[in-house]
Design a protein around this ligand. Structure first.
Ligand code: PBG
Length: 311
């Protein structure tokens, strides 16, 4: 194996994405001493467009320009939040995942500048989130709170909150940690209280699939249990074929004894119908576990719920 001399790393140009790149550079420096890295930041459609994502191209809005930089050879390695990489279709032809880094916190958090929790917020409080997954779950757990559309990268959302555009926000703990703003968290929401999205807290490294030297070199950064979790979760979403307006949540977990399980839910937008499944892999490989959980939800009527939501 010949280790490349220079690895050009492409990612979105948000503060969170650039912090993720710095983690990857530190990990690469430790695993491959002497290797040089350069950063190629790109602004994606999803970062430029602050309206409804369904009007651009849904989730691929955060990855398209990053993938293009890999494919044209402007960069060699892409860093993605797995949560933002569409799972309903294959990765762009000619690219492959080379590693999944060790998972960070999967939970969502409430950000409320007076330190209030969800239970303490008065009726009518405005919660800034555009996530159909968060809206559906909050509608059932806290029907007296009102969700207001809120987009932009995490730093911009915090600035809008400080300017009074909402009374509180729901954001991923891992993202707040990456931008150094764990301090604004007023409540950590358990996965039972707010089921996380597929891929939460996982960073993936993506390469051109013929760049085998680089794939071999960066595979040292991969975390085997996170790889199992990400594989089960992404296959689940692939089989379910959701769209960007369908509230879907779920997470896989390798427990202390090494057993993999996957729990997942499909909701109606008002949260009133909630389909649930939880299965252990046993002797199944992670992808087959993902398929099995998706089939369990399809048997409960997930297709009708997903297709019945305008998109
Ligand atoms: N949609 C933007 C996005 N993509 C990934 C994360 C969080 C970090 C992660 O889960 O890897 C966030 C911010 C958020 O939802 O609060």
């Amino acid at each position: 194996m010949s280790v490349p001399e220079l690895i050009r790393i492409v990612s979105r140009d948000s503060p969170m994405a650039l912090a993720q790149v710095e983690r990857v550079r530190a990990d690469l420096a430790a695993a491959l001493p002497g290797v040089r890295t350069a950063v190629v930041p790109v602004r994606t459609t999803g970062d430029k467009w602050l309206g409804d994502l369904a009007q651009v191209e849904g989730k691929g809005a955060f990855t398209k320009e990053v993938d293009a930089a890999l494919l044209t050879g402007e960069a060699d390695l892409a860093v993605h939040c797995v949560k933002d990489v569409p799972a309903d279709r294959p990765l762009p032809a000619g690219t492959a995942f080379a590693a999944f880094l060790e998972r960070d916190d999967v939970r969502d958090a409430l950000v409320q500048l007076d330190g209030l929790t969800l239970d303490e917020l008065p009726a009518g409080s405005r919660i800034g989130t555009s996530s159909v997954r968060r809206v559906a779950q909050l509608a059932v757990s806290h029907p007296h709170l009102e969700c207001v559309p809120f987009r932009g990268n995490a730093n911009r959302r915090l600035a809008k909150l400080a300017a009074g555009e909402a009374d509180a926000l729901l954001l991923a703990v891992s993202g707040l940690e990456r931008i150094g703003r764990r301090d604004v968290i007023s409540e950590l929401l358990s996965p039972e209280a707010m089921m996380p999205p597929i891929g939460a807290g996982i960073l993936a490294l993506q390469c051109r699939e013929d760049d085998t030297d680089l794939i071999d070199a960066v595979s040292a950064l991969g975390h085997p249990d996170t790889h199992r979790e990400a594989t089960a979760e992404r296959m689940f979403l692939h089989v379910l074929q959701g769209h960007c307006n369908s509230p879907i949540a779920g997470y896989a977990r390798v427990d202390r004894s090494g057993e993999l399980s996957l729990r997942a839910c499909v909701f109606t937008p008002d949260g009133k119908v909630r389909l649930n499944a939880h299965e252990w892999a046993g002797r199944l490989d992670p992808a087959t576990l993902g398929t099995s959980v998706a089939v369990a939800l399809l048997r409960q009527g997930a297709r009708e719920i997903i297709d019945g939501i305008p998109h």
